[in-house]
Write a protein that binds this ligand. Structure first.
Ligand code: ITT
Length: 197
């Protein structure tokens, strides 16, 4: 069966292709280059639904959309839904993570705990929808390292790594990230609900 992936972010396309191929090879994911709706929701779920509804309406296919971001505990969950634009209107990953590091430098927070969140909406041509969420807890590094992944990966250190050998996601391989990430966790929750497509 075919699903359209309602994103204009090539990194997400690559990650979903790998995650879906590993867990649901029966599903063919097709790209989307139709109109990009205004993402004016206040939650990840709102924005994921806005994007999935637009792609489903435009293509007539079941549509998946991911709305995601990094949520820093000491900042009350920010950047959150503003992650893509944290440092301004233009999506500039380096400026975003530099600003976040600057903001944390001024706050006494030894833990620097944060999580990546991925909310995936599935909208079916009959108008029904399903929303799932995956979270990936960790903490923020003091400086960026590693050239892998995208966005905030160079400053995010997932929990559960061997003490003394912690790496940022920027230092992980794509396979390592796609086996464990917030996006993989959200898709794992969604996969059983895709049976009926
Ligand atoms: P689409 O709306 O077209 O899907 P987008 O990148 O604008 O693409 P979002 O509005 O969901 O998507 O913004 C997500 C932002 O959160 C993204 O630009 C990164 O800054 C950050 N982010 C999300 N997932 C991430 C990941 O796996 N690694 C690093 N940063 C991530």
């Amino acid at each position: 069966s075919r699903i359209v992936l309602a994103t204009h972010n090539p990194h997400k396309v690559e990650e979903f292709a790998a995650i879906v191929a590993a867990t649901r090879p029966d599903i063919e994911v097709v790209g989307y280059d139709g109109p990009e709706p205004v993402e004016d929701g206040t939650t990840f779920a709102d924005n994921a639904l806005i994007k999935a509804r637009a792609a489903c309406a435009h293509t007539g296919l079941p549509a998946l959309a991911d709305d995601s971001g990094i949520c820093v505990d000491v900042l009350g969950g920010a950047p959150g839904v503003f992650s893509a634009y944290w440092a301004g209107h233009r999506k500039d990953a380096r400026a975003n993570l530099d600003l976040l590091l600057d903001q944390l430098a001024d706050i006494a927070d030894p833990h620097r705990s944060a999580q990546f969140v991925s909310t995936i909406a599935l909208v079916r041509p009959d108008g029904t929808h399903t929303v799932v969420e995956g979270t990936w807890p960790g903490r923020l590094a003091r400086e960026a390292s590693g050239g892998g992944g995208f966005g905030y990966d160079p400053i995010f250190i997932p929990n559960g790594q061997p003490a003394g050998a912690e790496r940022t996601v920027g230092e992980w391989s794509a396979d390592e990230k796609n086996a464990d990430s917030h996006r993989a966790r959200a898709f794992t929750a969604l996969a059983p609900l895709l049976e009926a497509l």
